[in-house]
Design a protein around this ligand. Structure first.
Ligand SMILES: [Zn+2]
Length: 238
């Protein structure tokens, strides 16, 4: 009996192998997608997820108002706290499941469509995230998107590019390439002082990622940027 297992490399066919898409994790939406044809779409936060998040915030407030356990004094939690805490944990799990499900739907669709997908490195993407979400939730969402896209692009033999942190996608004009010194998070619209471009902040960032994708000839390994692009993108954010 042979113990050798033959690996199955049945690659899934991608709809547009020559096209690239840039994903910018949105502030007011789940994500903004910009493809190499210059088409920009918003990925909305599904209503059931937004609803569950609201419920979770409410449940957190209820728990914090009730008398919880205190390890310093050895105080036992109240029955009301126990009840509220159990309810909170239930909602927390539902939010986590809904979020993962939502991200899976998006990443599968993107992986089935594009030959190249570009996302930003965590350090940059985290700063542009929805501030209503806590930082660790935002980081988890980003890590999950990257994890899903890594194996889904591998399954399909396509490329995932993780743009390095020096690529200032939000601050760079997607038309003329001039980089702004400052662009506060509260500024929702990108206005270029050089060429006059006026565009939604996330859309502008998405276009820059798509342009980066189109320029890149990588190997398909996550985080493996073409050295030329890496060198080129570095001074832009500096
Ligand atoms: Zn410009």
């Amino acid at each position: 009996m042979s113990l050798q297992v033959e690996e199955q490399h049945s690659l899934v066919k991608v709809a547009r192998p020559d096209a690239a898409v840039g994903i910018d994790l949105g502030i007011k939406t789940l994500a903004v997608l910009a493809d190499s044809d210059g088409i920009c779409t918003e990925e909305p936060n599904p209503r059931h997820l937004t609803h569950a998040q609201t419920q979770l915030r409410r449940a957190n407030r209820t728990v914090s108002r009730r008398q919880g356990p205190d390890w310093r004094t050895g105080r036992q939690p109240s029955r009301r706290w126990e009840k509220a805490n159990a309810q909170r944990n239930k909602i927390h799990h539902r939010v986590a499941n809904l979020r993962e499900d939502t991200l899976h739907k998006m990443t599968t669709r993107l992986a089935d469509t594009y030959g190249t997908i570009v996302i930003e490195d965590l350090n940059v993407a985290g700063m542009g995230m929805n501030r209503r979400l806590s930082r660790h939730v935002a980081d988890a969402a980003f890590g999950e998107i990257r994890r899903q896209l890594t194996y889904k692009t591998r399954q399909r033999g396509t490329r995932l590019i993780v743009a390095d942190r020096w690529f200032a996608s939000s601050k760079t004009c997607s038309r003329c390439g001039v980089v702004k010194a400052k662009l506060p998070l509260s500024t929702r619209v990108f206005k270029c002082d050089n060429c006059g471009l006026v565009l939604d902040r996330d859309a502008n960032a998405g276009h820059n990622l798509a342009t980066l994708a189109a320029r890149t000839t990588g190997t398909g390994v996550a985080g493996d940027l073409d050295p030329a692009v890496k060198a080129e993108s570095k001074p832009r954010g500096a």
